[in-house]
Design a protein around this ligand. Structure first.
Ligand code: SD4
Length: 340
């Protein structure tokens, strides 16, 4: 079934409308939180709704971001998050995730296979171990020890199709900047093998004014076996400093790691830059420092600060994000970009 048909079937329009009404009736104070934003509007629409339910009920930002990104992890039609996603070039779906709360507590998993919710395992790493990251088989064994089910290795039908297509040339060409201009509004972007970077990074502020973030992905489609991107690396794909703000990234992980991207965005906000300016300065840093040709690289950052202001910026056109706050349904924000 096509994703849009599925959405029609479950009546997403009605769902969003009813959430909107609920949000409108909220008594929370605009600009003081809560607020939640996540990468790629197409998935934000559903993910933010789930997070908002928690925020509106005065739950924590941590619970909100975990529940929010799980919507994408559970969506078997998502090309780039969870077990339905594109595999690596050996045909294995390997998942990366990280989570960070307002108390500098962090957890992450990388190269995790056959586990439905890597973000939950990242949270368990944070809460139940003295460590901050588990990888590969060790991460999987830990997940199972915590009650996670070992899922099948069978690829989702769209991932199998995309993989079969990729195998025809087996060309390792990690080029991510393939959005059409104007953001993720094209039909079914989550599903096609053509699209390979719809990581969900979500950052939120709760009613107490506390910040948290989560980031989860299958990484770059058809990546080398064992390759890990920015998403599970605290400071790269995600960073939270409760005194300053939070940031998360999507796009070419190697470039985000190179500049410690999300950390850098938060540090720019600490220096007084707005979330949008901070994200812009981070993508400018990539443009200035990368040894690669920027025409083949897409990176987008989103950020919020303690005032509840938000912003984003990308290297190329096509990046967007969804924002949900008091008095609004999830709004699409088309990111500005620095390259022509
Ligand atoms: C990675 N940053 O593994 C991820 C890919 C991505 O949207 O963001 N996709 O490099």
């Amino acid at each position: 079934m096509q994703r849009r048909d599925l959405l029609k079937l479950i009546g997403v329009g009605t769902l969003v409308a009813s959430i909107e009404n609920k949000v409108l009736s909220s008594t929370f104070n605009k600009n003081k939180g809560p607020i939640v934003l996540s990468t790629w509007y197409n998935q934000s629409v559903l993910a933010n709704v789930e997070a908002w339910k928690i925020l509106e009920a005065k739950g924590t930002a941590l619970d909100a971001v975990e529940a929010g990104v799980q919507v994408s992890e559970n969506d078997i039609n998502n090309c780039c998050v969870g077990l339905g996603a594109n595999p690596d070039r050996e045909g294995h779906v390997t998942l990366d995730a990280s989570i960070m709360n307002h108390q500098y507590e962090i957890g992450a998993v990388a190269a995790l296979e056959r586990i439905k919710s890597p973000i939950h395992i990242a949270r368990l790493v944070m809460e139940k171990t003295p460590h901050v990251m588990l990888v590969g088989l060790g991460a999987q064994e830990f997940a199972v020890s915590q009650g996670a089910v070992l899922e099948s290795t069978i690829l989702s039908s769209h991932a199998q199709k995309a993989y079969d297509e990729w195998l025809k040339k087996s060309e390792y060409k990690p080029i991510l900047n393939i959005e059409k201009k104007g953001g993720s509004q094209m039909p079914d972007p989550m599903k096609s093998g053509e699209f390979n970077h719809y990581t969900i990074g979500m950052i939120a502020m709760d009613i107490e004014g506390n910040l948290s973030g989560a980031c989860t992905t299958s990484g770059m489609g058809f990546k080398m076996r064992g390759r890990v991107g920015d998403s599970p690396i605290i400071g790269a794909g995600l960073y939270v400093d409760n005194e300053v703000g939070a940031a998360t990234a999507t796009g070419h992980g190697e470039e985000v790691i190179r500049i410690c991207g999300s950390f850098l965005v938060v540090e720019f906000m600490r220096q007084g830059y707005s979330p949008e300016q901070a994200c812009k300065k981070a993508v400018e840093r990539i443009r200035a420092k990368t040894p690669r040709d920027t025409k083949d690289i897409q990176v987008g950052f989103i950020a919020i600060n303690k005032k509840g202001e938000h912003g984003g910026y990308a290297l190329h056109d096509g990046f967007d994000y969804g924002v949900t706050q008091v008095g609004t349904a999830t709004q699409q924000v088309k990111s500005k970009f620095i390259l022509p």
